[in-house]
Design a protein around this ligand. Sequence first.
Ligand SMILES: [Mg+2]
Length: 236
Amino acid sequence: MQTKMNVGNISVIGFDADDTLWDNETLFQDVEARFRELMAPYCSGDDASAELFKTEMRHLHIYGFGVKSFTLSMVETALSLSGGNVPGSITTELLRLGQSLLTAPVMLLGGVEEVLRQLSGRFRLVLATKGDLLDQERKLERSGMVSYFHHIEVMSDKRVDDYKEMLRRLDVRPEAFLMVGNSLKSDILPVLQLGGEAVHIPYHVTWAHEATDGVNPTGRHYHRLDRIGELPGLFS
Ligand SMILES: [Mg+2]
């Protein structure tokens, strides 16, 4: 049984977007699977993935999160793994794979629209996501969910200070804020640290960067659900 929240305290609900409202990580993993195939002349699939991840992490502070940084990292990794000899046809395919992520249809997860419809009448809903600004705006537009949100926040990162700044601008106290998301690292732990409420809804795949091995939040402000459709039940 979930602990019921004190609804009276909550005025704003923040929703993560990727892998909370719509599928995202499986698209990236499909592209990475193709990247591994394309790198087969130079190294094993696992080495290709490891190098790609290293490149992404090395550039995170200048590129930020999202599809375009992932695409640039694939190209750079291909150049480095091939000793600068990767054929133009492969580079072209990597760029095309990146573009396919930017134009992929938005696949809403089950129950999302009903939950947003129910909760938007009772709370201020905020979309709080990382990634490319243009890409996230386009996905939200294509999702058809934009009208349920009072505010869209595309954050450069989701650390405690980033949430603190967002809540300051929204003029909401942490105790009145509930965050819903699939990533313990980005959506849950920083919000709990600030003194907010957090609902973790794990997705079946997680990007390595979001991994938090062995971390198990506890306490009455932490909630865990199997699917988003269970969210309104926390307030009933
Ligand atoms: Mg997410």
